[in-house]
Design a protein. Structure first.
Length: 388
């Protein structure tokens, strides 16, 4: 058993009262939060103590593509470049990059991750069993008859499901990639696979997505045609993508919307009415890397949205650090306080991944890991060290 204290302790939701002490069992389980009566017996840290970070959105399978796509290309050129070059590497190069990225997550204080998988390549890093991982097996098929594409997703899902049978740290679900890569028919097949599964989706990263759903024109249509996809079956709804595809999914899914760069207040309000459990994941450094813009953060806050944090992939980011994402948000929105930002990076993320009983807060009974953070206010000199 250990007793730990610091000038400031964040429990995943709030700052704890001054002189609080965290009691931790030898296996890392939080057993109690004490007041100052036992502070003389506690190990004293300077700086801040907080639960381990939760990275809600990452693409470990793309880790070998770091630096391949130039900054500020825009989403459509980015999407054209990734499939063109993702296989220009040996299996050894890919495996080495995945392992290094996984280790980077651990070194940056991440304890749980929502990882995107189109294929089964990341079985190797999941087997390291140092992180809680929810793998979103991403299904793609913009077609009126996507049975073949969904069948492939089912095979990948089964591979991850079989691996998860030997450890409690691993989970998985089949999820849609994005509105411009998943047809109504495929959305409905994903829904039928498991009507209560955790879903995530790349949502409204550019205005072109909504333009296609409203008018069936613009850069998304150009992208589809460049990939040889016949979109004659698609009928525009005249509504935003989000307001359209949510009609094709059961409201029983917990749902994580990723990026949300162009999401409007009306979209957020519609999502509230259609899906009782919604989470909004921001990946600010990736948004800046690709489109050089950020979501309307203040609007989401005003709407009471539950915000969480992801890093996206090393193809669209220079690092895999939740704290670096929080610093980016703080840089562009200086009025955001660290109590709120740390909640986004810990407890909210754990809730989004349905892992709040395990990670994200210093709640007795959980095993969230404990981070020692110094110089939090200074992005250049801030350090993270996991002590539990």
């Amino acid at each position: 058993m250990s007793l730990l204290t610091a000038p400031r302790i964040h429990d995943g939701r709030n700052w704890l009262p001054e002189n609080s002490v965290v009691e931790v069992a030898d296996d890392g389980t939080i057993t109690a939060i004490h007041d100052g009566a036992v502070i003389a017996q506690a190990t004293q840290y300077h700086g801040i103590l907080a639960p381990g970070f939760v990275n809600v959105h990452c693409h470990l399978e793309l880790s070998h593509m770091k630096g391949v796509v130039p900054r500020h290309t825009g989403l459509i050129p980015f999407l054209q470049t990734i499939p063109r070059h993702r296989n220009d590497y040996t299996e050894e190069e890919k495996s080495t990059a995945r392992a290094a990225a996984y280790n980077e997550l651990v070194e940056n204080g991440v304890v749980a991750v929502g990882d995107i998988a189109n294929v089964a390549d990341t079985l190797d890093v999941r087997a390291k069993d140092e992180l809680h991982v929810h793998t979103f097996v991403e299904s793609l098929g913009f077609s009126a008859t996507p049975q073949k594409q969904f069948g492939f997703s089912e095979q990948v899902y089964e591979a991850f499901s079989k691996q998860a049978g030997v450890t409690k740290r691993l989970r998985q679900s089949i999820a849609p990639h994005a509105p411009y890569s998943v047809s109504e028919q495929l959305f409905r097949m994903i829904d039928e696979h498991n009507k209560t599964s955790l879903l995530s989706i790349h949502n409204q990263e550019s205005n072109a997505e909504d333009e296609y759903y409203m008018l069936k024109m613009g850069a998304v249509q150009t992208l589809l045609h460049s990939l040889g996809i016949d979109d004659r079956f698609f009928v525009p709804s005249g509504k935003s993508s989000l307001q359209t595809y949510l009609q094709w999914l059961s409201p029983s899914h917990p749902f994580i919307f990723i990026h949300n760069t162009c999401t409007t207040r009306n979209d957020v309000q519609v999502a509230k009415t259609l899906v009782p459990e919604t989470y909004w994941c921001f990946c600010p450094n990736a948004n800046l890397y690709i489109e050089n813009r950020l979501p309307d953060v203040d609007m989401f806050i005003a709407e009471g949205a539950t915000i969480c944090i992801g890093t996206d992939s090393l193809a669209s980011n220079s690092q895999l650090s939740v704290l670096a994402e929080l610093h980016a948000l703080k840089h562009y929105h200086s009025h955001l306080d660290w109590e709120t930002l740390l909640q986004w990076g810990t407890y909210n993320g754990a809730c989004a991944l349905q892992m709040q009983d395990i990670a994200g807060s210093l709640t007795p009974g959980t095993k969230p890991g404990i981070l020692h953070i110094t110089n939090l206010e200074d992005a250049d000199s801030c350090t993270i060290h996991r002590i539990i």
